[in-house]
Each structure stands twice: as structure tokens, then as C-alpha cells.
Write a protein of this length. Sequence first.
Length: 252
Amino acid sequence: MMKTTLQHPNGHQYQIDFNQPLDISIPLKEGMETVNAFYAPLLQIEPVRAGDFVGDMDEGGLLNFKNVQFNPHGNGTHTECVGHISPDGYTLNQCLKQFFFWAELVSIYPQKMENGDRVITLLQIQEALNKKNPAALIIRTMPNDDWKLRTNYSGANPPYLHHTATEYIVQQGIQHLLLDLPSVDREQDEGKLLSHKAFWQYPTHPRLQSTITELIYISNTIKDGTYLLNLMITSLELDASPSKPILYKANL
């Protein structure tokens, strides 16, 4: 492992310590004590069984050899591409070809609207970015606690991103959006998908290389600021993939 110095587009040189990774993903696991959204079935892990063979050492098997069933959008941290809202067959594995990005982490208290919705507004995004235009924007909603590691968001109308805020994010040239919510859109929005469509500029000018990562968790020990982001996915030919975003603090 090593430390290195990297040049940021803002002109500053930052020290990056690859010995100090900060994992902001939520582990995929079985049971109720994990995150879930959109009424997705719970993740299931079952040993392969064939005749006398059982792929579970706890059951006397020679090794562990198990099947996993999950929904990438509802069972944990995941990254998605425009294929999530497009019938054109785009897959994340085809769209995401680079994996390191300069990122800004910001913390925002969603505002309560007259209808009871809690929304991240345009003004909040403008103030948080303060004219910065990183390749990736990471949003931590407040209040923040580790209950986010085991919350069932289904039917709870969780906070979301107002589409005008999303439009501004795109105008700033931000290619990758990460947040600790189950969706950038309202849970029940009559299929409008306003923020999804605004971010990917779909269907007029699809931003094929841009991604949205949802259901992350950022510990309060990780401070707002500039980071190097390593966005890791599986080689799954689907619109979305379980992902493991890792941050490295950028020190002047």
C-alpha cells in the first residue's frame, strides 16, 4: 500500500493515503437487520444441494457453495445507469468504464414541505456545492445514525431530491451522484421519475457514462470535504449492480 500526490482539476495537489480507505457501502446480508426498500424480497442465501452433496460446512458439507438471491435496487448499496429507466438495454457494466473520481461529500438536512415530504432543494445543493463542480457528488442526509444500516424504507416516503436540484447538479458537470437514500425520486411519484430523468437527461440526450449510487451509509466520523472516490461494481450485465464505493481523504 502507498501514499501518493494527485493533481485536482481545481489546481491543488492533494495527498492520498491508500492505506486509509473509508467504506461507505452497506453490506448485503440475510435477515431483517439490514436495509431494504421498495418492498423487495429479503436477500436469501441457500446451499446448493445435489444428491448427497450439500454446499454448507455447517451441515457437514466439504465446502461452502451457495446460491444468492437478491434485488440490487432494494437490498443494499447499489449503482445504477440510465438502463434503469430506459428500454434500450443499457447495462452498468457497459456504461461505467472508469472507477476513480474526485468527489465532494456534503451533509444536508432535507426540508419538510407543506405536504409532509422531506426534500433536498435546489438552494441547499447550491449552497453545499458552493460553485464546486466535482466529478462525483456524495450527499449525506441529516440527521445521520447507523439506523440507516437496518432501515426498511418501504412505504415510509423517505426523503428525495427535488428535480430542480438534480438539474443543477447536471449543469455543474457532475457525472456521478451518491446518496444515503433509497432513491433520488419520491417513493410514490406516479411514474414521473423526475430526478432520474433529469440526471440522465433521458430520453433526449442520455448521459450513458453517468451513474447514481443509492443506499450508502457515511459514518459521522467521515467529515465533509474533498475525497478520491473508488466506485467498485460487479461485472453484471444489468442496469444496476451491488457496489462498494470507497473514499480516500484528500489532504492538502
